[in-house]
Structure formats: structure tokens, C-alpha cells
Design a protein around this ligand. Structure first.
Ligand SMILES: [Zn+2]
Length: 341
């Protein structure tokens, strides 16, 4: 991922550039691009996915999934994930610009206009139903006072300020099956509202809890693996948890615990939080926002995410800055609690 990634041509506006990139991305089936590197097989059950051996790590059983409708890939083994552009950049070593040019040319079969429309509609339908689910979860949440597991959890992480209205408590299932409508049983969670650029709630990040909120959820599955404590519902790309209002200057970090830590430490600042390090560079900021300080995690992934986020806001004409916790702490909440790496 080059630093110049977001600056392909000086003559295009942001919108024109985004349009160009989206068009390049939608012209092909991603399986035709990835199929040059690994053999993909359709999965049964009428699902729109293919699987194969991961081109990014060495494996014997396939854990690499490719979805032509979404135009994405994901490896359950090594975590590699992305779209046609990231694949050409990360697997074939192209620059961002060269990847866009390759996709705009005739290197791969081009899909029909009807198929492109079908894929767009399918994505919109799936996205609308994810957002509806997130709104249902959010509508069931209540204030996270100290007598709720969410309040207890925040306190256990050293957060003593009143939690903002965007962080609440909810009893909600950890899993839903979108096809059958089936859902798991209700589990206590700290629910964080993810708002889009207009302020509408389009997603919820849930931190599932145990023991009345004294611990994060960590129950082993039947196969021995541990279920994730943090799960997101709805639209996480572009959205953010707003711990403070829209302001010309924002602090942006990853993870609600870090965000609450910074909000507590800097009460006159507005702190926003994204859902995962990769989302740090994807936030859509309202036009009032002029500058963003990215407060990163003190590790390679955290530093890379901040570099990419800085590039992304520079491309939008915003002023970036960055901050990291002192060297011996992994993140802001560890620093608050005195937990050294
Ligand atoms: Zn892999």
C-alpha cells in the first residue's frame, strides 16, 4: 500500500476519482482475477461464494472465500481480506494506480451491464437488511448506568465519566441467521451506536459481557475456539461511534474502550471511534470537520492504520495529525490502567 495511493491524478476531483475507482472495481468478477493464483470452487447451497487455497498463506484445506456479488475476498486462516484492487496490490505487487488502470483495461473478462445491476441491487438489499437489524438492536438498548453490565464493564476499564448517550446497554443475541431469521439467546452487551455522515444510526458495535459486566464474553465454542466478544451489526464502512458532537477538530481512534479513555482524559475534545483499525481510513466526515487527530494503537497494525487514515483525509482536503500512547503501553486504555505491554 503506497503512501501516494489516494492521489492518482491531479486533474480529477475526489468525486470523479471515487467514480473511476468504483467503475474499475465493478467491471469484472473478482473470481476471474483471483482464479489466476488459486483454483476456486463454487460452494454448495446456492450461495454466491467460491472457496480455494489462500494465495497469501500456505494451507492444505481451503479457508479463502471469494464473493463475486460483493466483489470481495476473505481468508479465515490469515485474515487477508479486500477487493479486486487490494488483491492486485497485495498479491501481484501493483501500485494502487496501476491496479485501477489494469481493472479499467482489457486484462480480465468484463461482466454485462445486467449482471452489474443485479449485483448492485443485491448489495443494496443486503445492506438495507443489515441496517434494519442494527436499528432493532439499538432501539432495544437503554442508558448504560452503573447498575447495568455495560456500566460495570466501563468502570472495570477505568472509565469513571458518565457514558455518552451513544454508548448504551442492551440484551441481544450474538448471532442471527439472515436467511432463516433464527437468532441466538440474549446476552448482555455494551452497545455503541455507529452513525453515518448525516448522524443516522446505521450500525451497532456490541461488546458482549459476562459476569455482570466484570469481564468480556469469552465462552468457548463446541470446537474449543473462543467466540468473539466484539461484534458489529449494520454498516461499519464510513460510520463512526460519536462520543462527542460534530466539531471542526476531531480525535479519531479505534475501539470504544480507547475512545472512552480519550474522552475522559480530554473532556473539551470530541472523540470519534471506528469499528476496527481498517475502518479508521474509511470514515465519512461531515463538512464542518476540518482536521482529525488519529490516536493509534502502539503496534505495527495501529501505525499502519494511522498512516493510511492520514493519506485518506489528506485526499479529502482535511488536515491530519497523529498521537500514540507512550512506548511501553499498547493502547490508551492500557496506559490509563497502567497495564504495560
Ligand atoms: Zn490466508
Amino acid at each position: 500500500m503506497g503512501r501516494q495511493a489516494a492521489q492518482p491524478s491531479g486533474r480529477l476531483s475526489d468525486d470523479e476519482f471515487r467514480e473511476l475507482v468504483n467503475k474499475a472495481r465493478e467491471r469484472h468478477s473478482i473470481s476471474d482475477i483471483i482464479g489466476r493464483h488459486t483454483q476456486l470452487k463454487k460452494r454448495g447451497g446456492g450461495r454466491d461464494e467460491q472457496v480455494g487455497l489462500c494465495p497469501f498463506h500456505s494451507e492444505r484445506t481451503p479457508s479463502f472465500e471469494v464473493n463475486d456479488t460483493k466483489g470481495t475476498y476473505h481468508c479465515w486462516g490469515c485474515g487477508a481480506a479486500g477487493d479486486a484492487i487490494t488483491f492486485l496490490v497485495n498479491c501481484e505487487g501493483l501500485s494502487f494506480r496501476a491496479a485501477v488502470e489494469t481493472l479499467s483495461g482489457d486484462a480480465f473478462p468484463v461482466i454485462s451491464e445486467e449482471e452489474r445491476t443485479r449485483r448492485k441491487r443485491e448489495i443494496e438489499r443486503a445492506s438495507a437488511s443489515r441496517i434494519a437489524l442494527a436499528r432493532t438492536i439499538w432501539s432495544r438498548s437503554i442508558r448504560a448506568t452503573l447498575d447495568t453490565p455495560a456500566g460495570v464493564y466501563a468502570r472495570s476499564r477505568g472509565i469513571t465519566i458518565d457514558l455518552p448517550p451513544t454508548v448504551r446497554f442492551v440484551m441481544t443475541p450474538r448471532w442471527y441467521d439472515p436467511e432463516t431469521g433464527e437468532a441466538g439467546r440474549d446476552i448482555p452487551a455494551m452497545a455503541c451506536a455507529l452513525q453515518d455522515v448525516t448522524g443516522a444510526v446505521v450500525g451497532v458495535q456490541c461488546v458482549f459481557l459476562e459476569d455482570g459486566g466484570r469481564r468480556k464474553y469469552s465462552r468457548p465454542r463446541p470446537d474449543g475456539s473462543i467466540g468473539k466478544a466484539k461484534l458489529s451489526f449494520g454498516q461499519i464502512v464510513g460510520s463512526a461511534l460519536r462520543l462527542g458532537p460534530v466539531r471542526p477538530h476531531l480525535i479519531n481512534c479505534e475501539g470504544p474502550e480507547d475512545g472512552l479513555t480519550l474522552a475522559q482524559r480530554l473532556p473539551d475534545k470530541s472523540v470519534w471511534v471506528t469499528c476496527g483499525t481498517a475502518m479508521l481510513s474509511r470514515v465519512d466526515y461531515p463538512t464542518e470537520v476540518r482536521s482529525v487527530c488519529f490516536a493509534g494503537d502502539n503496534n505495527d497494525a495501529g501505525r499502519l492504520a494511522v498512516t493510511q487514515a492520514r493519506d485518506a483525509v489528506i485526499a479529502k482536503g482535511l488536515i491530519p495529525s497523529e498521537a500514540f500512547p507512550p512506548a511501553d503501553f499498547k493502547d490508551w486504555n492500557d496506559e490509563l490502567r497502567g497495564v504495560r505491554a
